[in-house]
Design a protein around this ligand. Sequence first.
Ligand code: SAH
Ligand code: SF4
Ligand code: F3S
Length: 432
Amino acid sequence: MNYHIVTYGCQMNVHESEKIAGLLRRAGYTQESPVEEADIIVFNTCCIRENAENHAFGNIGALKKLKRRKKGLLIAVGGCMAQEAGKAELLIKKFPFIDIIFGTHNVAQLPALIERKRRERKVVSLLPDREETEDGAEAYRTSYPNAWVNITYGCNNFCSYCIVPYVRGREKSRSAQRILAEVRALVQAGYKEITLLGQNVNSYRDGDTDFPALLDAVASVEGKFRVRFMTSHPKDFSERLVAVMKKHEKICNLLHLPAQSGSDRILTLMNRRYTRGQYLEKAAYLRREIPEAQITTDLIVGFPTETEEDFEETLSLVKEADFSSAFTFIYSPRTGTKAALMEGQIPEEVSKWRIARLIEAVNENTRRKSERYVGSTIEVLCEDFDEKKGLYLGREPLGRMGYFASDEPCVGEFVRMRVTRANGVSLYGEKE
Ligand code: SAH
Ligand code: SF4
Ligand code: F3S
């Protein structure tokens, strides 16, 4: 039997889809297939911004005909949007043909829910929070040579714009022992890059083991592989963490440190609990200790009451913090969050004009930094072959994509490449 999974959202969801694939395989759906040939279609949704939701709504709606035509086809909707208050009801109303709705806290029950669906007309199963940190779902990994490893679930930060704490529940750390066992097994199985995942990895704690200690232990596992981690909340980013990064060559010196805004007034309204000055100090400390370190970030424009002056502070932060690249977002009000109730919501035209200028500033920085690579030799971990370009591609430790030609297959290998040309975050060159 065939399955098809559609994933929206962050790396956390991408990895969750690997777990869903593992569960489906155990439930007898042993072959991944195109959507038209699938016996079960699972939507793993995201609700971080309105457009993520609209995207899922559009894709689910488009299945109406297929569902009518194909007897026995199951449609399941899970993920953050399914877990959002009131959304399951809305989904059923809009798309009565959905068979199963499950939440973020009961992914592991999916095989049981499929079984239940044999007896019931429709199955809706949502739990209020995650009870355990181990869900028993073994991932069917599709991201080789990288492997995602959860270290925390949920979030306690309640940034005023963000829906994640509501749909992912309270923060819970997995046991360090289990994380290390998973990493060891992955490295033995040939994975070359381990990415530790958490909404705020810096608040990880298992007894005496905090995040720097965990990272130290992960990077001490024998073998040639890289370690990455995301995301770091600036308020918890510590000197001890920098010391661990400095100690291990395996840990990539690329830090994803979402700033969100450059204005102290907006940062306070966002409940981020750091100032622009503190953010810049942490960035400067990292660079003093590890001069090659690069910082990427997330930035939001159009947060309620954001003035032109506030926005200009975000704009100037791009240069001052010297971001290597950045994800930029227009603020999207999320029902249930504090910011959605704030006065002074910003008209879309204003936000659009701001984000256009911000993207330009970010691109300028990215371009300038990429050009510095020309003439140098980098080591990329080859991830894939780009059919269109006819080139292999892989990432270097600081996050740039390297494209190169090769006669032999080299996915999963570390390749030394001489950079001849740069374009945005992409570097082109020759295999040495
Ligand atoms: N836990 C991570 C990432 C959370 S979601 C962190 O704290 O950084 C990824 C990004 O989406 C956030 O960093 C933020 O920039 C953006 N985001 C979250 N809620 C948003 C909203 N309501 N509107 C626009 N962007 C949002
Ligand atoms: Fe959302 Fe803030 Fe938690 Fe990140 S730290 S998931 S932005 S509430
Ligand atoms: Fe991730 Fe979207 Fe959920 S960003 S945590 S999938 S709301």
